[in-house]
Design a protein around this ligand. Structure first.
Ligand code: MN
Length: 444
């Protein structure tokens, strides 16, 4: 059964012992993130902070910080999450438009619009200030009118302004560029506090033109109910806790950051687009949701790992039917992929490396191992790297390649991406040494 909304998921997690309410007072600056950081590091529960200094609104975070909870959000178990995601992506369900929606219980316009009413957290020590990290940004292709939903970080820049970080390869940026080229603003809505299937779908880098809300419908096996915004021509999930409506302004840029994102170090941008907010609507007693990111492993890494691994598998399986499994690992910040392959011709692994690097524009490194290596077992992968790689013939380096996000180890926009063929060289006879009966031994 799908979750109706964020509240339904919170209640479910609490019953499962996967969410704890924090009743003592915390500060929105570091206090919320401190709790989520510690719980993320020890596989602990999600946290619902009910008492935030200076605010009446609670904040929930860390919902996706374990594989177990992320799988629960999809109504499945961690070993089946990739399969479930791919099934949903191929069983899209269009959203259902409704006229009455919980997210309209309170409507703030004009002078009432004030981001300072919301306990927007500051996560890391040197972050420039409060950031919205758990919002799903919805915008529309000006020509096809197809909506896109994605997750982008936004820095609060006053009571009714945000600066939004969206890279050149992002779908939101494509919409914005089309409008800005004609000198026009781009309307958008930011939905915060959602049924978790919508977050998982929005985190997925599905092809351009595919509305992530339809993927969410597939994940829920039930259409997402959506409602029209008040001041922009966009539809948003009806059960959103909070919806921020506004426009991305043409030909205006403001500095963004520093902000500690998925690489676990501070990033900043000299000029990113500015959002002018036109309305905020919310439910009675809304819950603000933050998505924590930073040094791995956080919920941001898990959301990326699940969706990227699934999409990578789907991308390569028709050309490389011998691919057994894909792991775009959370610890690798979604930049490292390991694939296992049963090769059908010598050095097929190198072809696979080129295909994956060509297709997945976030990746820096692709390792291909044989089918006897479990790609989710770091020990086995390292053993394969130690015993099956002859560096001069098995490492492919492609210099000066663009990536979907700046590379912390490179100056400028270009970096090098590389592949490691860690499969057994076909001319060698290689046997993984086993002790007969070891798997059946039991302590008497
Ligand atoms: Mn998209």
């Amino acid at each position: 059964m799908p979750f109706r909304d964020l509240r339904h998921f919170i209640d479910f997690l609490e019953c499962e012992g996967e969410l704890v309410r924090v009743t003592r007072q915390v500060n929105a600056k570091f206090g919320i993130a401190g709790g989520i950081r510690k719980m993320s590091d020890q596989n602990g529960p999600a946290l619902l902070f009910q008492n935030i200094e200076g605010y009446k609104i609670p904040v929930v975070g860390g919902l996706f910080a374990t594989w177990n909870r992320t799988a629960m959000a999809l109504g499945t178990t961690s070993d089946k999450a990739v399969e479930k995601f791919l099934k949903a992506k191929n069983n899209l369900l269009k959203p259902k438009l409704v006229s009455k929606a919980p997210c309209k219980e309170c409507i703030l316009t004009e002078e009432e619009v004030d981001l300072r009413k919301f306990p927007i957290p500051t996560h890391h020590e040197r972050d420039a200030g409060p950031y919205i990290t758990g919002g799903v940004q919805v915008s529309k292709d000006p020509q096809t009118k197809i909506q896109n939903a994605g997750i982008y970080r936004q820095q609060v820049k006053g009571r009714s302004n945000l600066v939004i970080h969206c890279s050149k390869t992002s779908h939101l940026r494509r919409h914005f560029d089309m409008m800005e080229n004609q000198g026009n603003p781009l309307e958008l809505a930011i939905a915060i506090g959602l049924d978790p299937a919508i977050h998982i779908a929005a985190a997925a880098k599905v092809p351009y033109g595919l509305d992530e809300i339809e993927v969410a419908g597939g994940l829920r096996e039930n259409p997402v109910e959506v409602v029209k915004c008040e001041t922009v021509d966009i539809t948003v999930p009806a059960t959103s806790e909070i919806v921020i409506e506004g426009k991305m302004l043409p030909n205006i840029r403001e500095p963004e950051g520093p902000f500690a994102d998925i690489c676990g170090q501070y990033e900043s941008t000299p000029g990113d687009p500015v959002i002018q907010i036109s309305a905020i609507t919310h439910r009675y007693n809304p819950i603000f949701q933050t998505i924590f990111t930073g040094f791995p492993i956080t919920e941001n890494h898990i959301l990326n790992s699940l969706t990227q691994s699934a999409l990578c598998y789907e991308d390569v399986i028709s050309t490389f039917p011998g691919v057994k499994a894909v792991n775009i690992s959370p610890a690798g910040c979604s930049f490292h992929a390991v694939l296992s392959l049963k090769q059908s011709y010598p050095s097929e692994a190198k072809r696979l490396i080129l295909a994956v690097l060509g297709k997945m524009n976030l990746l820096r490194r692709v390792v291909v191992v044989d089918e006897d290596i479990d790609v989710f077992d770091d020990l086995m992968v390292e053993w394969a790297l130690a015993t099956r790689v002859n560096a001069e013939q098995d490492i492919i380096v492609l210099p000066r390649v663009g990536r979907a996000r700046p590379d912390p180890s490179a100056t400028g926009a270009l970096t090098s991406v590389y592949g490691i063929d860690a499969t057994i060289p076909c001319e060698l006879n290689f046997d993984l040494a086993k002790v007969p009966g070891a798997d059946k031994f039991e302590i008497p």
